[in-house]
Design a binder for this molecule. Structure first.
Ligand code: ZN
Length: 173
């Protein structure tokens, strides 16, 4: 039996994260809250991040409303980032973006269940869905570092594959 293209998009792991999202609870105590929107699909995410000592992410709440790709990506992110240093999280986000932009899946970095989202890169309009929680997270981290409230992230006006939406941890000019 041949797998159709939609099977590549909605793999069982993806659907499981969508139905039972990890980290999908509000935190009692957090340092920063950030919101992101992907109007082309109707995806929304609110992140609450608690930072620990030594520049680590202690806990993250990922409250998603949207398609299976965005909610599962946020759930996989929650699973991956708790307890990680900011540097590690930045690396994970960068590697996942590279995969969405056409790179092979990395073998030197463990991206966990995100591997199941590899099929998304064949559907360029859905790449923003997969990247939304990650872009929102990077902006939350940057805002926290700069001691300001995060700006709402909005993918409107960006190319389908989300290249110009790259949010880095560089200070803004
Ligand atoms: Zn979506």
């Amino acid at each position: 039996m041949m797998d159709g293209p939609m099977d590549a998009l909605y793999r069982e792991v993806v659907l499981d994260h969508h139905r039972h999202p990890r980290g999908a609870r509000p935190l009692d105590d957090y340092d920063v809250q950030a919101a992101g929107k992907n109007p082309s699909c109707g995806d929304e995410v609110t992140l609450q991040v608690r930072f620990g000592d030594t520049d680590r992410i202690d806990a993250v709440g990922v409250l998603s409303q949207g398609c299976a790709i965005s909610t599962s990506s946020g759930s996989m992110m929650a699973e991956l980032i708790e307890g990680r240093s900011i540097g590690e999280v930045k690396e994970l986000a960068a590697r996942f973006k590279q995969v969405m932009h056409g790179d092979e899946f990395p073998v030197d970095v463990d991206l966990g269940d995100l591997e199941a989202l590899e099929g998304v890169k064949k559907f360029p309009v859905r790449i923003k869905c997969a990247l939304l929680p990650w872009i929102t997270l990077l902006d939350a981290v940057l805002a926290h570092r700069e001691g300001r409230e995060p700006d709402p992230v909005n993918t409107e006006g960006l190319t389908d594959d989300g290249r110009p939406m790259d949010v880095t941890l560089e200070e803004r000019k």
